[in-house]
Design a protein around this ligand. Structure first.
Ligand SMILES: Nc1ncnc2c1ncn2[C@@H]1O[C@H](COP(=O)(O)OP(=O)(O)OP(=O)(O)O)[C@@H](O)[C@H]1O
Ligand SMILES: [Mg+2]
Length: 257
């Protein structure tokens, strides 16, 4: 796989506090990359720099080999899904999707046809004409994802998109997200502070601590070769504790796995 996104020496400070202290990494075309780290380590700041809602103090961002560090957000071919969905409350699910397309220059007929297609892709055809307040959290999240994918970004950034959902909805949304990523060939960068979610979804995981990357590798390699004591405790010991707390039940569920 070729490099879709390349980040070199990205730094950002607020007043005197360093939030990102020189972050460098690459993301491969079509990859599912999770960014995993505790609250306040700089995950959202990094996403905002990638999509251009914030300017870095230092460093460079390249997409498909071309520098985009100072490119306008709407010219980066990236989409973002925020944690709180941020739907327009006075527009139906379908109009939420169509609005963004109209904004980007499609005719009304084109926008409605594309919105229908995207609403179907996330399994919401029956709910297309409902307002957000009449949709469940998971359904609202699907609208937010459909709205972002409708513009055909080749990179989608997701900032803790599942944190407001119940466990069952999360599990079905995970499968949906993986399917959509594959279907549209999208490169996905997924921010989470949930170790299990990162391990379940990702081709590779970037583990952050205090504005730096502790390790960026496949789930298998992180388990086999944790880079330092932080990765061992924050990631692996936490995962182990989850597995242990469930192990006395799993023998009885589905024959144990
Ligand atoms: N506009 C701002 N002005 C000053 N400090 C900020 C600003 N935005 C973020 N910070 C600080 O930068 C640090 C990183 O914030 P960021 O939102 O990137 O964290 P995060 O990893 O996304 O955390 P969480 O998991 O809680 O969402 C935090 O200490 C935060 O208080
Ligand atoms: Mg955040």
């Amino acid at each position: 796989m070729s490099s879709k996104l390349e980040v070199v020496g990205l730094k950002k400070a607020y007043k005197s506090a360093d939030v990102l202290r020189g972050v460098s990494f690459d993301v491969r075309d079509g990859e599912f990359l999770s960014i995993l780290g505790p609250s306040g380590c700089g995950k959202t700041t990094l996403l905002r720099l990638l999509i251009g809602l914030l300017a870095p103090d230092e460093g460079h961002i390249y997409k498909d080999g071309a520098e985009i560090t100072h490119e306008r957000p709407d010219r980066r071919g990236m989409g973002i899904v925020f944690q709180n969905y941020a739907l327009f409350e006075n527009m139906t699910a379908k109009k939420n999707v169509a609005y963004a397309l109209r904004f980007h220059g499609m005719t009304k007929a084109e926008a409605m046809a594309r919105a229908d297609e995207m609403i179907a892709a996330v399994g919401l055809t029956e709910h297309a004409d409902k307002l957000p307040r009449s949709l469940s959290g998971g359904q609202q999240q699907r609208v937010a994802i459909a709205r972002t994918l409708a513009l055909s970004p080749d990179i989608v950034l997701l900032d803790e998109p599942m944190s407001a959902l119940d466990v069952a909805t999360r599990l079905s949304m995970r499968a949906e997200l993986l399917r959509l990523g594959r279907e549209f060939g999208t490169t996905l960068i997924y921010v989470t502070h949930d170790q299990e979610e990162a391990f379940a979804l990702s081709d590779r995981i970037m583990i952050m601590d205090g504005g730096e990357i502790s390790q960026l590798d496949t789930p298998e390699n992180i388990v086999a070769h944790p880079a330092n004591a932080y990765v061992q405790s924050f990631v692996l010991d936490n995962l182990r504790a989850k597995v242990d707390s469930l192990s006395r039940f799993t023998g009885g569920i589905g024959g144990g796995a």
